[in-house]
Design a protein around this ligand. Structure first.
Ligand SMILES: Cc1cc2nc3c(=O)[nH]c(=O)nc-3n(C[C@H](O)[C@H](O)[C@H](O)COP(=O)(O)OP(=O)(O)OC[C@H]3O[C@@H](n4cnc5c(N)ncnc54)[C@H](O)[C@@H]3O)c2cc1C
Length: 427
C-alpha cells in the first residue's frame, strides 16, 4: 500500500510543481526546504520556487520547443505557470516574470496548502513516498543518500556539447565512418588547413561566459574546446579533431582536421558535436561552429556549456516514471533535464503519477509526439554518454515539411494529443 503522505526534498521549481498538483487533490504533502537556514551557492532568498538566474521562462510560441512544452503543461493544469502568468512582465514573445513577486506569492500559497519544513534532509531520513527534488546544487545530504542507490551514475559536473539537427547538416561536406572501423557510425566533417587555423583563431577570440558561481571551475578531464585551443594551435588537431583512423573519400583529400558528430537519439534526428563542450556565448557558438563547412547552416537544438550540476544517469537508474526504487522518485534537473520549465514538467508528471498510485491506478506517460513524452523518452533511453537535455524538436518523432511549418505541424499534433490524454485519463 502506498502511504498517503508525500515528502518532497527541495522546494524549488520541480518540487513545488509536484507538491501543488498533489495538494490540490487532497494529498498531505510535506516539503523539506533547507533555505534560508542553509543556502546553495546560487539562490539568494528563502522563497520556494526561486528562479536562480534569468527571469524568463522562454518563448510562448508553440513553434518553439519551450513554448510547446508550456502549452502542454498549461493543458495539464501547471500551477507554477499560472503563477507565472499572474506575475508576468513585458518580454515580447517570451513569458518573463517578476521573479521576486512570483516566488514570494508561490511561497505564501504553498505554505497554506502544504506543510513546509525548513530543514535539510536525505532520502533515508524519511518514510512514506519520497520525492527527491534537490536540483543542480543539491546538498550533500541528498548526494550522499543518492550515491548509495546510484553508485557511479551520479555526476557533479555538466560538460555539454552542442547538438545540431540532422536535416541542417550539409552531407556534401561530410562523410560517414568510425575511427579504426570500430563502434557506431559518426558523421565526419573535414576541414582543410586554412579552415582549421581560421577556426582555431575564431575560437580564441570568441566571447565567453563568466561563470555564475565562484566554485564553477572546469576540470582537466573535460576541458572546454576554447581552452584546448588556447593551449596550442595544434592541440585540437592532435586530439579530438585528429584526422586519423578514417577512410577519407578522395574528394576530401586535403583534410587537415576532422570534427565528428555522434548520433544523440535513436531516430537520428539529433547529432552531438563530439568534445565541443564550451563556455562560448550562444551567439558565438553559432558563429564559430558554423565555420565548419558541413555545419554552415546548422540548426542548434542545444548549445554547449560547462557548469556545476548534480544529476544522475536516469536511463541507468530510474524506471520510465522517474522512480528510483519503491516509494522514491527523482525529479527536476537531478534527472538530467535542463531548464526551469523542463524541471517543472518532471514535477507535474510525477505529481500525476504519485496521485494515480495513491488512488490505485497504473502510472502513465504522455503520448508519443508530445514534448513531455520526448523528454521522458530521453531520460529513459540508454546512451553511451548521458548528458542533460533541454526541450527541443529533435525529441519528437519526425514529421514531413520544412522549418517553422514542420514545427507547427508537430506542435499542433502534440497539443491535440495531450488534450485527448488529459480527457481520457481525467488528469
Ligand atoms: C547558477 C544556475 C543558473 C541557472 N540559470 C537558469 C536559467 O537562467 N534558466 C533556466 O531555464 N535554467 C537555469 N538553471 C537550471 C535549472 O533550470 C534551475 O536550476 C531550476 O531551478 C532547477 O529546478 P529544480 O527543481 O530541479 O531545482 P531547484 O529549483 O534548484 O530546487 C532545488 C531545491 O532543493 C533545495 N535543497 C537542496 N538540497 C536539499 C536538501 N538536502 N534538503 C532540503 N532542501 C534541499 C534547494 O535549496 C532548492 O531550493 C540554472 C542553474 C544554475 C545552477
Amino acid at each position: 500500500m502506498h502511504s498517503k503522505r508525500v515528502n518532497i526534498i527541495g522546494g524549488g521549481l520541480s518540487g513545488v510543481e509536484c507538491a501543488l498538483y498533489l495538494a490540490d487533490r487532497g494529498i498531505d504533502v510535506t516539503i523539506y526546504e533547507m533555505r534560508p537556514k542553509k543556502m546553495t551557492p546560487a539562490h539568494r532568498t528563502g522563497y520556494l520556487a526561486e528562479m536562480v538566474c534569468s527571469n524568463s521562462l522562454k518563448s510562448e510560441e508553440i513553434t518553439n520547443a519551450h513554448g510547446l512544452l508550456k502549452a502542454e503543461m498549461k493543458i495539464l493544469g501547471s500551477t507554477l505557470l499560472s503563477f507565472a502568468e499572474k506575475h508576468r512582465v513585458p518580454g515580447g514573445k517570451a513569458l518573463v516574470v517578476d521573479r521576486e513577486r512570483f516566488s514570494r506569492d508561490i511561497t505564501g500559497f504553498t505554505e497554506k496548502v502544504c506543510q513546509v519544513i525548513r530543514e535539510e534532509r536525505g532520502i533515508d531520513e524519511l518514510d512514506g513516498t519520497v520525492v527527491v527534488a534537490g536540483g543542480p546544487l543539491a546538498s550533500e545530504k541528498i548526494t550522499h543518500s543518492l550515491k548509495k542507490y546510484t553508485g557511479e551514475y551520479l555526476y557533479f559536473y555538466d560538460a555539454v556539447s552542442p547538438i545540431v539537427s540532422s536535416e541542417s547538416i550539409d552531407m556534401d561536406w561530410a562523410f560517414m565512418g568510425s575511427r579504426y572501423g570500430a563502434g557506431e557510425d559518426y558523421i565526419n566533417c573535414p576541414l582543410t588547413r586554412e579552415e582549421y587555423y581560421g577556426f582555431v583563431e575564431a575560437l580564441l577570440n570568441a566571447e565567453k561566459h563568466i561563470p555564475h558561481i565562484k566554485e564553477d571551475l572546469f576540470f582537466e578531464g573535460c576541458l572546454p574546446i576554447e581552452e584546448m585551443a588556447r593551449r596550442g594551435k595544434e592541440t585540437l588537431r592532435f586530439s579530438l579533431m585528429k584526422p586519423v583512423g578514417l577512410k577519407i573519400p578522395e574528394k576530401f583529400k586535403n583534410t587537415f582536421a576532422i570534427v565528428q558528430l555522434r548520433k544523440e537519439n535513436r531516430e537520428g534526428t539529433m547529432w552531438n558535436i563530439v568534445g565541443f563542450q564550451t563556455r562560448l556565448k550562444i551567439g558565438e557558438q553559432k558563429r564559430v561552429f558554423r565555420m565548419i563547412p558541413c555545419l554552415k547552416r546548422a540548426e542548434f537544438l542545444r548549445y554547449g556549456k560547462i557548469h556545476r550540476n548534480t544529476y544522475i544517469n536516469s536511463p541507468e537508474v530510474l524506471d520510465r516514471y522517474l522512480k528510483l526504487m519503491e516509494n522514491v522518485y527523482v525529479i527536476g534537473t537531478l534527472t538530467g533535464v535542463e531548464g526551469y520549465v523542463e524541471a517543472m514538467a518532471t514535477g507535474l508528471l510525477t505529481g500525476i503519477n504519485i496521485y494515480r498510485e495513491i488512488i490505485g491506478k497504473e502510472p502513465l506517460l504522455p503520448p508519443e509526439g508530445t514534448m513531455m513524452r520526448g523528454l521522458m523518452n530521453y531520460l529513459h533511453d540508454k546512451k553511451k554518454d548521458f548528458q542533460p537535455m533541454n526541450a527541443n524538436f529533435g525529441l519528437l518523432p519526425p514529421v514531413h515539411g520544412r522549418g517553422k511549418e514542420k514545427r507547427k505541424i508537430a506542435a499542433v499534433r502534440a497539443i491535440r494529443l495531450i488534450d485527448e490524454w488529459r480527457r481520457d485519463y481525467g488528469i
